[in-house]
Design a protein around this ligand. Structure first.
Ligand SMILES: [Zn+2]
Length: 66
């Protein structure tokens, strides 16, 4: 958790999907997505990962207790 997110992508504002209308950047170091403030040209809070933007978490198989 020591990443300062200083190295990130160009800000993007998707027109579809879970980040619709929200400007954000993705950190190239740790991969986290962050809000981006165009007016101040600064990154903001971390965004929670969405299923469509990151495929790092696979659904767990259902284990039935017999
Ligand atoms: Zn980072």
């Amino acid at each position: 958790m020591s990443c300062r997110h200083s190295n990130h992508t160009f800000p993007m504002t998707p027109k579809l999907g879970p980040r619709e209308g929200q400007t954000y950047v993705a950190c190239l170091e740790c991969g986290v997505e962050l809000q981006y403030d165009w007016a101040r040209m600064r990154i903001g809070k971390e965004l929670k990962p969405t299923p469509s933007s990151r495929v790092s978490v696979l659904p767990k198989p259902v284990v039935r207790a017999a």
